[in-house]
Design a protein around this ligand. Sequence first.
Ligand code: SF4
Length: 298
Amino acid sequence: MSTAGTAAEPSAETEEDSKPRRPALSPSRASDFKQCPLLYRFRAVDRLPERPTKAQVRGTLVHAVLEKLFTLPAGQRSPDQVKAMLEPAWQELSAERPEWAELFASGEPDEVSDWLASAGTLVDSYFGLEDPNRFEPEACEQHVEIELGSGVLLRGYVDRIDVAPTGEIRVVDYKTGAAPRLIGEAKAMFQMKFYAVVLWRLRGVVPRQLKLMYLTDGQSLVYSPDEAELRRFERTLEAIWQAILRAGKTGDFRPSPSKLCGWCDHQAHCPEFGGTPPEYPGWPEPDSGEESPLDRAD
Ligand code: SF4
């Protein structure tokens, strides 16, 4: 599913796939740059490979079945129905991404079944937070894209959009990651405000609610933005994009060490850890804003 447009005028979604993709800002890459410009460079410019963790792949799997959940009619959406989808969904995912299946090459007989059971625990946790039989989402895993008046292109995927009969919009994101909630919370709220700006500019309505559902610890965080705040946040995104473009011209992406370095795959290339970055390959064309399925399932 896809929604794209400019701030002034939505464009036809059928054109989207046929056009070469312009450089764009996604919430994951914007957040990377804010955290550490060098991390942004490694991911978006050098595109250094990252080895996914089982927790990240489990997140992708759980997102996939929570999307499929809403293809079932209301009344039939139960934890057991969704948990029964895990195994076939994993077969599909691992056929598309054989490198993910290689994470389970230890030879332990119960490795995959234990991991699928842990995904089932996240599904149970989801059902503890809401009853999906009581509403119909407008969209799941929706691609959204908007060009702001300043020319910055924002792009991303929203886990779920709910629209009340009164027209109020709720943006929902499932968090399945293993990182402690407090460390990821600022990043998660940044991502939600990013989507709120995109939907506000696409639809002319400020989303009433941004809802983060933390499936690992079974808690929700709900936030209601206002228009003035989204306007300020839009300016922040524009400033981040301008800073990225400036760094992109010169290759001057500086490391910014923090406690989040512990989650960075690129310490071996990072001067803060005694490493040397690869030679700067130049600004990527046509696209530096793409998010991977793992980005979308953190
Ligand atoms: S290790 Fe830390 S400072 Fe170095 S690139 Fe990664 S996030 Fe940035």
